[in-house]
Design a protein around this ligand. Structure first.
Ligand SMILES: [Zn+2]
Length: 217
């Protein structure tokens, strides 16, 4: 049975970074819907192409489409030892579909980890994110004066305007929060304090996941 991890957390919690780090350390594929979509589009997958068309028109991609794309990805042989899902499931319907899929694949229970960060801290983090106006590199630290790569001027990210940040968090609370409640009662659900230093979060995450893996039947 594989080490099947679902990484949850609001925007700005550092979930993607932690998911990538953990996956790399354990030699597991990190699967994000954005990455799968990009990959599938390259391979001219018809569902992915239809999904991209919708996104280009600014429309939401529906659950059925996302589920079908993720199901294709999880059927590949490289996920046998396990996987780290990042950014999926985002809705309860997607979470239920993932459970069905795991049953069908017979790949054992999911380990779900929530990277929890209080909302005021998230707003501070998201609104403070800056990007290089010349080369587009993300500013590594909040207090850097200029781009570490090309010395260009740092500006605030367009999508990190305060109102946009609050709207993103509202959307998260509304659609993804119920997914957490869907998983919370399970013996393999864990929560890590994401408001700590990233290295600290990473080491606690490692311990929590091993602990959950030992607890699963
Ligand atoms: Zn730069």
């Amino acid at each position: 049975m594989g080490l099947n991890v679902v990484m949850m957390g609001p925007p700005g919690a550092g979930k993607g970074t932690q998911a990538g780090k953990f996956a790399k350390e354990r030699g597991l594929p990190k699967i994000s819907t954005g990455d799968i979509l990009r990959e599938a589009i390259k391979e001219q997958n018809p569902t992915a192409l239809a999904a991209k068309e919708r996104m280009d028109r600014g429309e939401l991609v529906d659950d059925a489409m996302i589920i079908s794309i993720v199901a294709d990805r999880l059927a590949r042989p490289d996920v046998k030892p396990g996987f780290v899902l990042d950014g999926f499931p985002r809705t309860v319907a997607q979470a239920q579909a993932l459970d069905d899929l795991m049953d069908r694949l017979g790949s054992g229970p999911l380990i779900v980890v929530d990277v929890a960060v209080p909302e005021p801290e998230l707003v501070k983090r998201l609104a403070g994110r800056r990007i290089c106006s010349k080369c587009g590199t993300n500013a590594g630290s909040f207090d850097a004066a200029s781009c570490g790569k090309c010395d260009g001027q740092l500006v605030q990210r367009a999508d990190d305007d305060q109102d946009v940040v609050i709207e993103r968090l509202r959307v998260y609370q509304q659609s993804t929060r119920p997914v957490l409640e869907y998983y919370r009662g399970r013996p393999t659900f864990r929560e890590v304090n994401g408001a700590q230093a990233p290295e600290r979060v990473a080491s606690e995450l490692n311990a929590l996941i091993d602990n959950a893996a030992a607890a699963k039947r």
